[in-house]
Design a protein around this ligand. Sequence first.
Ligand code: IFM
Length: 457
Amino acid sequence: MTEFLHFPPSFTWGAATASYQIEGGWNEDGKGESVWDRFSHTPGKVFNGDTGDVACDHYHRWREDVELMKSLGLKAYRFSLSWARILPQGRGEVNQAGLNFYSNLVDALLEAGITPFITLFHWDLPQALQDEGGWANRNTALAFAEYADVVSKALGDRVKHWITHNEPSVVTWLGYLNGIHAPGVQDLPSAVKTAHHLLLSHGWAVPLIRHNSPQAEVGITLNINWTVPGSNSRADRDLHRQGEVWTRWFFDPLYGFGYPSDLQADLQARGAFPTGMDFVQAGDMHAIQVPTDFVGLNYYQRQVMRAGEEGNEPQTAFPQEKTPQNYTEFNWENYGHGLFGVLSRVYFHYLPPKIYVTENGASYSAPLHDELRTAYLQSHLSACQRALQAGIPLEGYFVWSLMDNFEWAEGYRQRFGITWVNFETGERTLKDSGKWYAEVIRRNGLEATPAPQGAIR
Ligand code: IFM
């Protein structure tokens, strides 16, 4: 008989979204332009020329979306604020209509018994700040602190869970190094400054949020794949180590270890610091390691790293048979046990007081009968349960995503929702995975998917 996995009574069952991916209303009621508006309006940047101009039209349909969350029985909802909706120029004059939108949403969530988790920055930087250099400019960190202050003053009486940034490594390496995300910059020295200013802005924002919202929990969300070397060859192990610019370059300074010296040497060799690390000023590293209440982890896939024929070019190997079960439509490996791996790694190495899985989910385009997504979620939630048994303080889980939405450079072709969205009409329909997730929440648990047998890596 399949084992039933009970979760702790206080476990936070949630779903997540992000402003640019669902809201639409891109230029309504005084909202300023964001870098994603600019990027998606630039031909050739996003698959199919898709934009977030309308997206899921959540800006107009938010009441219906709160009803949807209620019908799922969600305990919590993680969403991000559009900075440019609130501060159209990134700093200075506040757009009250923008603040009101979020304030009304927060009230409706609380009335529905759903705890709001707010992410301040999920990639849609005001274009006005980009015009001054964006995250490569230290002043953007100052502007972020101002923004954090404004919104935590306005919402901090009711919102008790704050996430400063979502996945700063993606902004850094995809937005400023390879340019496939907004703002589309391709410059390594700008990328390393970006990483630093994102971290610094987190460090500056946390005390302001605590001051304005004294009972709140404050944290940051980092993305982390379960990465393993393809073999024990020196080249594969070294490639794996270098790939940790995605993780250790962010985790280490946040937890007081500074920038890892081995990765610093790699980046130096690639020309990242033409004038040294002079962008790191006195007091910065101390600000960055400000204590937080939790870390949010976004986990999607295992990556088995194999050095290429020509030098050490990163390559992902595909160790499992290429089936839709084993690889999602994004070609990301479905490897539930890797979630146990990253939870263990982060907890036992950095000892955050609490962890939330702030995103986990799968891209499959099946409209309503999405059993592959359900199987994915089931194996990943089983891994969460194993983490709890191992003593890891995992407090909650947010499925990505509440509904299909704008998947960045992929436009609308990758669907992660547990709710189907008809992008012609805006109509929402719960998928089978959504119905299954509602049952998991109702029973506070699920039938286990066994951990893989034998050697796990
Ligand atoms: O859609 C994104 C989200 O915005 C950030 N984390 C990964 C998701 C899937 O790619």
